[in-house]
Ligand binder design. Structure first.
Ligand code: DX5
Ligand code: ZN
Length: 219
């Protein structure tokens, strides 16, 4: 069964605790936390203090997506804040494979992400040590964008490589996934789906989660 990771980027920032409780009740799996620094992407969102507060508010898996420069300088803050999964960008200045080991040494799960314009192959040499690979299907920075088909082949490549080698790595897809294309994205080989506007932009969160689950029920 595939996992749903609603992005709180589209939630009510004045009521995050309530909005996370809603997805928990609706049966979502992870809380996807989009961390943006105004440098790696042209937007500013959430920092480690908010992750720390979320940790106190929920027992759900905190799936923290770092869209920041110098993850090496901020990694420890996000570890201490109580993240469960920490995903860095391979394109970030300061990224290195050694950071994956640092995340593991802290007992956390490690992910690495590729932007739409980055060839999928750059992650193949480190796939064996990753818990999660995150395929960006929009340019990172904002919710509510359209899914870019360049993600399809990357999802397939990672899924095939993982299966062929028996790696224990999840394939997460982030950006522009809705009830209209979720079955297709799952058919490409994704097993974790991030959804921001398709969960929090629809009015009723419970209905929105059910609609996505129904649309992906064959996977
Ligand atoms: C984009 C973020 C995504 C985004 C997804 O930079 O990483 O998580 O919030 O939002 P939707 O599902 O609306 O495309
Ligand atoms: Zn994200």
């Amino acid at each position: 069964m595939w996992k749903l990771a609603p992005s709180i980027l589209s939630a009510d920032f004045a009521n995050l605790s309530r909005d996370i409780q809603k997805i928990r009740t609706a049966g979502a799996d992870y809380v996807h936390v989009d961390v943006m620094d105004g440098h790696f992407v042209p937007n500013l969102t959430i920092g480690a203090p908010v992750v720390k507060a979320l940790r106190k508010a929920t027992d759900m898996v905190l799936d923290v997506h770092l869209m920041i420069d110098r993850p090496d300088q901020y990694l420890d803050d996000f570890i201490r804040a109580g993240s469960d999964i920490i995903t860095m960008h391979v394109e970030s200045p300061g990224f290195s494979e050694e950071l994956i080991d640092r995340i593991h040494a802290a007992g956390k799960r490690a992910g690495v992400s590729v932007k739409p314009g980055t060839p999928a192959e750059v992650l193949l040499p480190m796939l064996h040590k990753l818990d999660l690979v995150l395929v960006m299907s929009v340019e990172p920075g904002f919710g509510g964008q359209s899914y870019m088909p360049v993600a399809d082949g990357k999802i397939r490549l990672y899924r095939n490589t993982i299966e062929q080698n028996g790696y224990n790595c999840e394939v997460e897809v982030d950006g522009g996934v809705s009830e209209k294309n979720i079955a297709y994205v799952l058919s490409c080989g994704a097993n974790v789906i991030v959804a921001g506007s398709a969960v929090y932009g629809k009015g009723d969160v419970t209905d929105a989660v059910k609609t996505l689950r129904d649309a992906g029920k064959d996977y």
